[in-house]
Every structure is written in C-alpha cells, then in structure tokens.
Ligand binder design. Sequence first.
Ligand code: TIU
Length: 245
Amino acid sequence: MSEFDPIPTDPAPIEPLTVGARPYDFTFDPASTALVLIDMQRDFLEPGGFGESLGNDVTQLRGTIEPLRAVLAAARAAGLTVIHTREGHLPDLSDLPPAKLHRGNATLKIGDPGPKGRILIRGEYGQDIIDELAPVEGETVIDKPGKGAFYATAFGDVLAEKGITSLIVTGVTTEVCVHTTVREANDRGYECLVLSDCVGSYFPDFQRVALEMVAAQGGIFGWVAPSTEFLTALAPLSTAAATAS
Ligand code: TIU
C-alpha cells in the first residue's frame, strides 16, 4: 500500500428505508428486517389439500403468488433475511391436539392420505412450499404445528440470533396464520408490515377486514402496504445488487 492509496473506510452504513403504509409510514433497517412467507404450501394453495378439505375454494389464494414472487426476488437481491414457515404435523400425529384433528366436518382429516400425500403431514409433497416460492439455500424454514409461527417452534430464537426486529409479513391465510403470527410478533416487540396483495384469504370480506384490523387504532398490530410500496422502498438496495451482478 502506498501513501497515494485511498484510506480504507468501513462500508457506508445502510440508511433506514421508508415504506408508504397505513396508518403511517413504516421505517425499517434492512439489516434487522426479515421477509416472512407464511404457509405458502400446496396444502393451502392447490386442490386436494388441507385447505380444500375444509371446504375452501383454493383459487382465492392464488393471486398472492405473482406479487410475492416479485417481493421474494427483490428481498433476495437486497440481501434481506428470508424465512419461510410451513404448518404441519409429525407423521405419528404426536404434536396434533385432538381438538384440531376433530374440528369441523372435513372430507379429509389431518393425516389421511390425499392426492398429494398425507394431509398436512411434514415431509409430504402436499405439505411443502409451492414451486414458485421454493426456499433456496441459506433461507430458514420453520415447521409449525399451530397457526402462529412462534408457538412450539424455534422462530423466536432464529429472529433473536439474526438480530431481527422488523418483519415484512406475507402468506396465507390473512385472518388465520398471518393474523396469529402478527399478533404473536406484536406482543414480543416486533414491528410488522403486512403486504396487502401478498397475503390471501379464502373469504374476500375477511381479507379486507383483517387488513383493516392490523392498521386500525394507530396501527394496533402493525402497518399495511401494497407490495409496490415496499418494492419502491427497497429499490436502492435490490436494483444496486442487480446492477452489480
Ligand atoms: N384454514 C385457514 O384459513 N388457514 C389455516 O388453517 N392455516 C393457515 O392459515 N396457514
């Protein structure tokens, strides 16, 4: 090194980014933020799985796939932590409370053989994440027996280990696993931004009201924004990475 070489400097700290959201702007530091994809599994989004066995029209959820693909690509390009969850049970059903097994009048119950393997059982084809959003190396996959991502999982430990304090929440279904996880996260001190077109419900009315419930009362559970706002906020990082590669 000569006296004419520039003095090495630490990389510039990443500035917090701001998303236009309801009820007001959401600000996050990319280094302490994770994109969370909740239960984007064949069991919920494709025919012959758990969602359909409960009497639902699975096509209602499929509109989330394309916007979420774009968000996932941008998050990966920007170097954000990405975490996927999957609802499901052990093959011997030892983690399945009888109350959950017997609830409702399902045509196929959890553990029964279905066209894509045993319904909602870990390791089965139907219980896995859809091809369009398949995890890549380095991304965490949390298997959860309940609706919330924190209950009986290592999710909280993983977030703490990675220094995550803000969650960008996506996935299905809005009023069930997304809401339960956002509520659990909120009580644990995480700041949650729910991307409105990247979460889906089998019931259009529930979709609208569930999103309103998150942002009401000054953001009682968090913030809500369309994915385009999030992509705009992330663009300085995601497009810089795309240009560099
Ligand atoms: N039934 C329903 O709307 N949802 C679930 O059972 N699980 C999730 O939301 N992942």
